[in-house]
Design a protein around this ligand. Sequence first.
Ligand SMILES: Cc1ncc(COP(=O)(O)O)c(C=O)c1O
Length: 489
Amino acid sequence: MVQLQDLCIEHTESLKNALIKIDDNAQGLLFVVEQQKLLGILTDGDVRRSIISGCDITGSITEIFNKNYVYLHHSASVEEIQQTLNEKIKVIPLLDDEGKLVDFSSYYRLHRTPVLEPLLGGNELEYVTDCIKTNWVSSQGKYVQQFEQTIMEYTRAKYALAVSNGTVALHLALVSLGIGPGDEVIVPDITFGATLNAVVLAGAKPVIVDVEPNTWNMSIELLIKALSNKTKAIMPVHIYGIPCNMPDIITLAKKHELLVVEDCAEALGSSINGQHVGTFGDVGTFSFFGNKVITCGEGGAVIFKSASAYEKAKVLRDHGMTPGKRYWHDVVGYNYRLTNLQAAIGCAQFEQLETFREKRSNIFSWYEKYLLSSGYFSTQQLPENYQSSLWLFTAVLKSTCLIERDNLISKLAKLGIDSRPIFYPMSDMPPFKDYQSLLVGNAKAISKRGISLPTSVYLSEKEVKLISEEVINCIAGFNSFKGMVKSNA
Ligand SMILES: Cc1ncc(COP(=O)(O)O)c(C=O)c1O
């Protein structure tokens, strides 16, 4: 967060120091002070114009700052501040009775944009209330069954099980298919750690392969190279909702008699030629964490092709208890059940899935219009006839952008805009470092320069435009800052 001292500069300071400070605070201006008394405001434009017109970068800012500025008393109400803020005035100094600078306010201090927030404006409250009023709060109750039924109808899967989260969905999928010690499972280098955690927890060994530079998904070419006589399964992850090349993966799996577990945690609504992801492989898993396409708070699901894997998973999900014989165990199992309360939220969310999809589609097209048109970013390629879940808008900074991705994230945070780095390569992290890997540097390159931007379904075109403008300003500002400091060094 930006502090008052990040915005203040003494009136005797140099243009160069002002430029560095403005670049650092990402607010586009400074308050010029003399021992805490506000003398004026110096904008990014003031400094740049004076350097372009020939002023020495080491010269003082005294002559160029603006002495006519808008300010408010520090006791001003939020309404007063909101009325004063506009497209031009984004930061307001707050003064005491003696004209001393004691605080500031800004659009971003009053308004933070999270990267992904659920929208719970449908029947969530009514259905959860129903659970409470009827006392069905644990894992039995009508919403769990209704949720599973809805998942089957939506994905056109034969069998579905609701579970506690997307991680245990993966673990349950692996163990119900008999994948365990001695087996190798091929996984992509870019994914969330849960994918590999589940393989390790099942007792199998993940074999990491690099991703394709255009789709950011598992490379089929490297996947072929990674096959060994221990390979038991392939685990494609439809990263950021872009489907992997499932037709090719399935052909390969059939040829080598391998199992396929699709990690669709981010891909509810993703399909290839109208076929939902998760139904190509033997098993598909979903996550309904708070930031996913739809949410249960925490939640997950597994969809199955075969009745036998489904039946086995159903027992394992429920402590391994033998159906029809309460408290009797023929196998060791888990408690991976979803509660009726969580499923109630999930059912209400499912009712809004198509509306959410339309909203996400708008958000993606606004980013295309206002951000991608800048030419600063490249994005994942969506092959023809592939449909994405449009989960989270994510793009990679091109090499023409001099700003480091983490610096951009921190500048955006100072503007109240929440963003995230792309997942780190799995092969870089301590618990997965030893797993045999086929890497060519693609995941590393994507991960180093990739950033996810706010994609909550309630965002308006105005908000996406503003976010895009701020991102572009940060990049362009940094490029020209680097240029100015370098040419005047
Ligand atoms: C690719 C991927 N796999 C698995 C998971 C794990 O899901 P959960 O957080 O519900 O356990 C997530 C998300 O969190 C994910 O993004």
